[in-house]
Design a protein around this ligand. Structure first.
Ligand code: FPP
Length: 271
């Protein structure tokens, strides 16, 4: 949800007003997601770094805005069958904000349409650290329960069986939701900024110059339409690439000389 500050700056307004307008975009986008039966949408609303590096006055304003957004929109969430959840180091947020967050998630828990996940006080590296700590804590507890040492426990099954990608995934904040298919980055930023680093390993990325406060449901649909034209390969060769394609490649021996003479930098040419 980038570009709130720039949106305000372009209009000679205070940054706060950009955030306020950005909160309006949230509801348009979420209701569009619900309308097209998108099962999950995750919004990066407030990072750990925002919390640490923005002026206190801006952080306080964002917390107030979040609370008033939640209080003002739960009815619309219910009307649109949207369930609200959160990821991040929520326990570090002010207690009144946590209370309102919990109230909103409980009030929408029975909805079965889109799950809106707000990433709040979220950082992906911290999430991976938290997941790793949780795995290790679980192992220590199990060793304790069995009355053996951690070393003995690991010797029984081997470390590979006790710690693999699935164990990490199961302890991420997102354990209950699938990895994103599409990441949309607003305001032309071409970086990931510590967002779901593990989960977006194979996600498609759509970058738009549009600032978040100008982003509406129609722009979500544009991004999805663009995504639908892409071929995802997950490290493979893709559906359109078959063994026949491989057969049609020129034999390596026939192109080897050309590659050595024309396509190899001089310092790498074999002597
Ligand atoms: C990034 O824009 C946006 C944020 C740090 C805050 C986003 C928060 C909201 C839109 C409102 C509260 C959240 C909800 C869910 C109601 P920026 O300030 O970095 O803008 P810039 O890149 O143009 O400076």
């Amino acid at each position: 949800m980038d570009g709130n500050g720039r949106w305000a700056g372009k209009r000679a307004l205070k940054r706060f007003l950009g955030h306020q307008q950005g909160a309006e975009s949230v509801q348009f986008v979420v209701e569009t997601a619900s309308r097209i039966n998108l099962p999950f949408i995750t919004l990066y609303a407030f990072s750990l770094e925002n919390n640490l590096r923005r002026p206190k006055s801006e952080v306080n304003f964002l917390m107030k805005l979040l609370r008033s957004y939640l209080m003002g929109n739960v009815k619309r969430m219910n009307d649109n069958n949207v369930r609200m959840e959160y990821i991040g180091r929520i326990h570090e947020l002010p207690s009144e904000v946590q209370d309102t967050m919990q109230w909103a998630s409980e009030a929408t828990a029975r909805n079965t349409g889109t799950t809106l996940t707000l990433a709040l006080n979220y950082g992906s590296r911290s999430e991976i650290v938290d997941a790793t700590r949780a795995v290790i804590t679980g192992l220590i507890a199990e060793a304790h329960q069995r009355g053996c040492s951690l070393e003995d426990l690991l010797q029984v099954d081997g470390l590979e069986a006790r710690l693999d990608e699935h164990h990490i995934c199961d302890h991420l904040y997102t354990a209950h939701i699938p990895d994103p298919d599409l990441v949309i980055r607003t305001s032309g930023e071409q970086r990931i900024s510590n967002f779901l680093l593990w989960q977006i390993a194979y996600s498609e990325i759509f970058i738009t110059d549009r600032l978040w406060p100008d982003f509406r449901g129609i722009h979500l649909l544009e991004a999805i339409q663009n995504y639908q034209k892409r071929e995802r390969r997950f490290g493979g060769l893709g559906e359109t690439f078959t063994d026949e394609d491989l057969d049609q490649l020129e034999p390596a021996s026939e192109v080897a000389e050309e590659i050595v003479t024309e396509l190899t930098p001089k310092q790498l040419t074999p002597r």
